[in-house]
Ligand binder design. Structure first.
Ligand SMILES: Nc1ncnc2c1ncn2[C@@H]1O[C@H](COP(=O)(O)OP(=O)(O)OP(=O)(O)O)[C@@H](O)[C@H]1O
Length: 265
């Protein structure tokens, strides 16, 4: 993996939120992630890009132990959030996923009201002592997800009745409501139209003031628009990682260059 000295000196000044070292992932006999080491900075949007099947989603799911739910999946290596080993036996994956929220490709609101979708996580984790506190959490999360003004007069309506873009912002509000420190987004705009995509991209830019955001995207334009750091994966390996501007203007590895110029993937 390559990077410039300039980027390394910037890295040294930016606090790291997540540190992954020598991560390997197998699904049965398939070696999906090969010895990946990377640091994810705080208050930064980091994009994972690369051709289909290169392991972007698999690596993303390692960061909040979502792969634990797949029987054939085996993860080795060291992943730390704020220097805490997230694969330590003492760590409860449910608590971990409150701290490291996730938003999926297809908006997937629960078949509940808008209010109850957002209140679901805080309720499970006992974050509100009474209804007034819960209502405050719901309002704050919907505001941070830039949805409040569109839904505040119909909080009891079903979440599934919203438009696709609104549903995705509802899912972001649901993830934010448990006060996470990191937000993982797996192609969050792939099911959305261009206007809804632009709204989510603007939201992602605002979210990084409060969270570390990691986004998997097939769109290089999107990676260039929303991220400050980009990681290029190819066949399970992390080929290149660095400042997004540099990756897109002066990639160091020929595989990165081929991908961003459309010759592979
Ligand atoms: N649940 C699973 N069981 C077995 N193999 C899997 C599973 N999920 C992913 N894989 C395999 O792991 C490799 C990496 O897949 P992954 O979905 O992480 O790639 P990706 O870069 O996110 O792809 P895409 O861009 O198409 O979503 C692929 O070879 C894929 O077939």
């Amino acid at each position: 993996m390559k990077d410039t000295n300039l980027t390394e000196s910037i890295d040294a000044m930016t606090p790291q939120k997540i540190s992954a070292r020598h991560v390997n992932v197998h699904y049965g006999e398939t070696h999906a992630i090969k010895d990946v080491s990377v640091d994810i900075a705080a208050n930064t949007v980091t994009a994972f890009i690369g051709p289909s099947g290169c392991g972007k989603s698999t690596f993303l799911r390692c960061l909040n132990r979502m792969n634990d739910t797949i029987d054939t999946c085996r993860v080795t290596g060291d992943i730390r959030i704020d220097d805490e080993d997230i694969y330590d036996r003492k760590v409860d994956p449910v608590q971990l996923r409150a701290k490291i929220g996730m938003v999926f490709q297809k908006p997937n609101p629960f078949p509940k009201s808008i209010h109850d979708n957002v209140a679901y996580g805080p309720k499970i984790h006992g974050l509100a002592r009474n209804k007034a506190e819960m209502d405050d959490i719901v309002e704050d999360a919907l505001k941070r997800a830039a949805l409040w003004s569109e839904v505040n007069d119909r909080l009891d309506a079903p979440g599934t009745g919203l438009s696709g873009g609104q549903q995705q912002r509802l899912c972001i509000a649901r993830a934010i409501a448990t006060a996470p420190e990191v937000l993982l987004m797996d192609e969050p705009c792939s099911a959305l139209d261009p206007i809804a995509t632009a709204q989510i991209e603007e939201l992602i830019d605002n979210l990084r003031q409060s969270y570390s955001v990691v986004i998997v995207t097939h769109s290089m334009q999107q990676a260039a628009r929303v991220s400050q750091k980009t990681a290029f994966f190819h066949m399970g390996s992390l080929v290149e990682f660095g400042e997004t501007d540099r990756i897109f203007t002066a990639p160091e590895d020929p595989r990165t260059e081929s991908y961003i110029t459309g010759r592979i993937g």
